[in-house]
Design a binder for this molecule. Sequence first.
Ligand code: PLP
Length: 406
Amino acid sequence: MKKGYFGEFGGCFVPELLMPPLLELEEACESILPSEDFRRELDDLLHGYAGRETPLTLCPTLSRELGFNLYLKREDLLHTGAHKMNNTLGQALLAKKMGKSALAAETGAGQHGVATAAAAARLGLSCTVFMGEEDTRRQAANVMRMRLLGAELRPVASGTKTLKDAINETLRYWIAEQRSTHYCFGTAAGPHPFPTLVRDLQSVIGEETKAQCRSTFGALPDVVVACVGGGSNAAGMFYPFVSDPEAGSVRLAGVEAGGTGEPGCFSSAPLNLGSPGVLHGQYTMLLQDKDGQILPSHSVSAGLDYPGVGPEHARFQQDGRVEYHVVVDEGALKAFARLCRAEGIIPALESAHALAWVLENADKLPAGGNVVVNLSGRGDKDMDIIRGHMPELCMPARDAEKEDRR
Ligand SMILES: *Cc1c(COP(=O)(O)O)cnc(C)c1O
């Protein structure tokens, strides 16, 4: 297989000026990443600072209702509230070992910006975060968090002023600042070597899950489900299963965001509704019109709102090793509310998409079997969106109780 390619997907389609830092990073991935020193230091950070390992939690109520054992891999319990910290701590430590003094990052909803700012603060690196102007207005709380953690925020005013434009702007900044700065890319996408680097750093999720399944019920699970935005939590969960010959019978399902699901409305589901093309340095599945213009993506969960997807998922789909499905906003909101009430866990709206697919297809899943959903993050960040969809939650307490008794 050609380096940086997953079948026909992947690659490194960037301007020449970006090749030196990408080659330097590729070299570091080969020499530093596998070293024992690096692994030990990263393990210490993940354990002592970020809170690994995360539990595998059985959902007793839902399991009874669904007729199989539903387990959640609890990335929501990781520091800063999602799996993103696995990636940013790994890249921050790698940058430090490469002799860099600064991190740059793009962010959409702000979650990756916060996780990068935290990792930079922890490791004594400075941090610059690029965020679409539109997103800085929608995500004021994360803007504050990033600044508290010492990051400098650069609003991006080009294009649609969202994630896609923030990535382009960070790549441009990296050309100028490549000597001092590492670009801490937020998902398992972009030019080689990022898809492989991010997948390897997130694979701790799938490795732990396999070991926890063996010690909890003495076998690998029947089905494993994860939501897919750029594809990092799903790649980190799936890869240890895909690469394990003993895991060949484990069914793997990725779930993309279908948006409102109304005809003519935009989604964030390039694997199901897109076509191949080049974006952000990679050849992959994209939401684009017939002229190759990128379409605006939409989802109730900002973290799934990316018009492309990591190239390895395009390969998994083509091979048939992983199946990819679509869940619309309403399904995710229902699953969100049901998990809160049934199990006392408030999931991120992104993760609720994965759970929703399980709830919507429960009758086709193996009765008495073991199903694992990767709970990629917690829902605290989503309260503003939830308020818009469930206004009754904000009634004055006395009125709400009256409403209940009716
Ligand atoms: C960012 C985010 C995602 C989507 O990103 P992937 O790279 O596809 O994993 C999913 N869940 C949560 C909680 C997130 O914060």
